[in-house]
Structure formats: structure tokens, C-alpha cells
Design a protein around this ligand. Structure first.
Ligand code: CAA
Ligand code: NAD
Length: 284
């Protein structure tokens, strides 16, 4: 199946990155969010990223304008969905929000459209089950920051069709990414391994073993991680980290996945990390 029209739902840090990379690969992109203000913010983020590439001599001004010209922002779901060959959903990591969205999208999209979710941890099979096209629903999990990270985890739901899998695998390659096939279990592979490490790092802060800076230094200098786990948690978004831990905890029923109370406290305070200007570190 040939993909030319990509609709991205959610213009936050992931959605805007996915839209940027898709448009960079020559695809026509619609970028949707619930409020016009959020759509504009996403478009601005893309503009800034591309301007940095121009400054670095990696992109010409014309190429930048070409990429931006291929992205159309909208806050109307119907308009976003109408002509899509594929929808990549990148809204908040909440099963109820995602299933509601897929329920709405299903009748709005052309019959041939693939509905993909960028979920970090939630069940693709359950999301697919609310639609009339479960065989055309799949997980397409990009990593943050999308323009930089090579991996796309491609998640097969129980009903995902073979042609749909192949199309998404090909699309990821066209976007310059390296897809890896995984099955549908909580957190898939990436976050089943990454998030317990982050949660454990937060526990070491919670239990007074070390300050966040010290935890980060240990993992950066000792294990050669590009970012320490506390910095990475702020970078991902503490809300997203908490939702992923809750999905692991619920999905496996194993106490080893219990979210750290300090993580809960930060999320309740609205200290969500870089995106709100404050998390374990201050970004203001
Ligand atoms: N958006 C776009 N590009 C970005 C960027 C962003 N937010 N941040 C950095 N970059 C680009 C820079 O422009 C630079 O590009 P060039 O090489 O073309 O110049 C390049 O990345 C390197 O950036 P810097 O030199 O400024 O900084 P750095 O060397 O410290 O790298 C980093 C930044 C790539 C983010 C690096 O710190 C890193 O790899 N961190 C870990 C990221 C990670 O683990 N991501 C996975 C998160 S988990 C996830 O995504 C799954 C989930 O479901 C939660
Ligand atoms: P974010 O908070 O930056 O952005 C989410 C966006 O979705 C917001 O702009 C919000 O207004 C919008 N939104 C919420 N409900 C919506 C709806 N019903 N319709 C349209 N838009 C809606 O979050 P993010 O970090 O971009 O994460 C988005 C998704 O990507 C989550 O499922 C997350 O788990 C996943 N993910 C995140 C990361 C990461 O490192 N942050 C990495 C990989 C995957």
C-alpha cells in the first residue's frame, strides 16, 4: 500500500516531531490538536527545529519552507481524518482518551486508512477493538526526540494484518528510521526495560540515597548514558513516566512495577518536567 497522506493527532513533543520527520520524507501531513493554540505551538516547534538545521548548514532555506509547506495544522478532527492514508495518534498516554479518539476516528477515515498509535505502553489490541477495522490498527512507537532517534518499535496487535505491518515497516524506513517488530504486551520492549530503571532512579532520590544530580552523574559517567535517568524522566514528561509505570503495574500485576510515590507527588503538583518548566530540575 502506498502512503502519501499522513495525519498526526496530538501536536505535543512527539506529534510535532513525527509530523516534522514525515514532511521531511516528502509526505503530506495534517497535524491536529484539540485547540488551535496547541496546533500553533507544535508548528512553531517544528519551525524552530528546522531553522536550527538551516543554521547548521544541513538544510537550505528553500528545503525548510518545502517541509513546512507540506504540514497543514487543524483543530478539526473531521478535516484531519478525511483523506488520511495513515493516522498516527500521539495524544496523552491514557487508554480512555485513546480509545475514545479511535472510536471517533474510525468512521471519519477512508476505509483503506491505517490507524496507528504512538503509545508508549498501552494495549494496541484493546485500542483496535473499539474500531470496525482492528486488522488495520497497529503500534508505531517513535522515540523522543523524534528527529534524532533511529528506533521505531512496530507493535502487532492481536488482529493486525500482515499487509498493514509491512506498510508501516516500510513507512518507518522511508522516514529514515529503523523499525523493530515486537508483540503487544505492557510497555512492549522499550518501556518495559527503560521505565523500571527510571522509576528505580526516582526511588534512590525518594529514599535519600543520592541527589538527582548524583544519580544522573553515576549513570552518565559510569554507564555512558547520554542523559542521566532523572534528566531523561524530565525530558520524557513525568506524567508520561507515571502512566507507563501504572500500565506495567496493572498489566503484569507485579509489585516490582509500583510507581514511586515521589513520581506521583510531582505529577500531582503539575511538575511534569521540561514541558512545564519544572520537574526534578528547574528549566525556567
Ligand atoms: N528535537 C530535535 N532535535 C534535537 C532535539 C530535539 N528536542 N534535541 C537535540 N536535538 C538534536 C540537535 O539539534 C543535534 O543535532 P545535530 O547532530 O544535527 O547537530 C543532536 O540532536 C545532538 O544534540 P545536542 O548536541 O544539543 O545534545 P546531545 O548531544 O546531548 O544530544 C540528545 C541530545 C539526542 C537528546 C541526547 O541527550 C540523547 O540521546 N538523550 C537520550 C534520549 C533518549 O533516551 N530518548 C528515548 C526516550 S524514551 C522514549 O522516547 C520512549 C517513550 O515511550 C517514553
Ligand atoms: P505531550 O503532552 O507533549 O502532547 C500531547 C498532546 O496531545 C497535547 O498537545 C494535547 O493537547 C494533545 N491531545 C490530548 N488529547 C487530545 C485529543 N483527544 N485529540 C487531539 N489532541 C489531543 O505528550 P507527548 O510526550 O507528545 O506524548 C504523546 C504520546 O506519545 C503519549 O502516548 C506518549 O506516551 C507517547 N510517547 C512519548 C514519548 C516521550 O518521550 N514523551 C516517547 C514516545 C512515545
Amino acid at each position: 500500500m502506498n502512503i502519501q497522506k499522513v495525519t498526526v493527532i496530538g501536536a505535543g513533543q512527539m506529534g510535532s516531531g513525527i509530523a516534522q520527520v514525515a514532511a521531511g520524507a516528502g509526505l503530506d501531513v495534517k497535524l491536529h490538536d484539540i485547540e488551535e493554540e496547541y496546533v500553533q505551538k507544535g508548528l512553531q516547534r517544528i519551525g524552530k527545529n528546522l531553522a536550527r538545521q538551516v543554521e547548521k548548514g544541513r538544510l537550505t532555506e528553500e528545503e525548510k519552507e518545502g517541509v513546512l509547506g507540506r504540514i497543514q495544522g487543524t483543530n478539526r478532527l473531521q478535516e484531519a481524518a478525511r483523506e488520511a492514508d495513515i493516522v498516527v495518534e500521539a495524544v496523552v498516554e491514557n487508554l480512555h482518551v485513546k480509545t475514545e479518539l479511535f472510536r471517533q476516528l474510525d468512521p471519519l477515515c477512508p476505509d483503506h486508512a491505517i490507524l496507528a498509535s504512538n503509545t508508549s505502553s498501552l494495549p494496541i489490541t484493546e485500542i483496535a477493538a473499539v474500531t470496525q477495522r482492528p486488522e488495520r490498527v497497529i503500534g508505531m512507537h517513535f522515540m523522543n526526540p523524534v528527529p534524532v532517534m533511529k528506533l521505531v518499535e512496530v507493535i502487532r496487535g492481536l488482529a493486525t494484518g500482515e499487509e498493514v505491518y509491512r506498510t508501516v515497516d516500510e513507512l518507518a524506513r522511508r522516514m529514515g528510521k529503523s523499525p523493530v517488530e515486537v508483540n503487544d504486551y505492557p510497555g512492549f520492549v522499550s518501556n518495559r526495560i527503560l521505565m523500571p530503571m527510571i522509576n528505580e532512579a526516582i526511588y534512590t532520590v525518594y529514599e535519600g540515597v543520592a541527589e538527582p544530580e548524583a544519580v544522573d552523574q553515576v549513570m552518565k559517567l559510569g554507564m555512558n548514558h547520554p542523559m542521566g535517568p532523572i534528566t531523561l524522566a524530565d525530558f520524557i514528561g513525568l506524567d508520561t513516566c507515571l502512566y507507563i509505570m501504572e500500565t506495567l503495574y496493572e498489566g503484569f500485576g507485579d509489585p516490582k512495577y509500583r510507581p514511586c510515590p515521589l513520581l506521583r507527588k510531582y505529577v500531582k503538583a503539575g511538575w511534569l518536567g521540561r514541558k512545564t518548566g519544572r520537574g526534578f530540575y528547574n528549566y525556567e
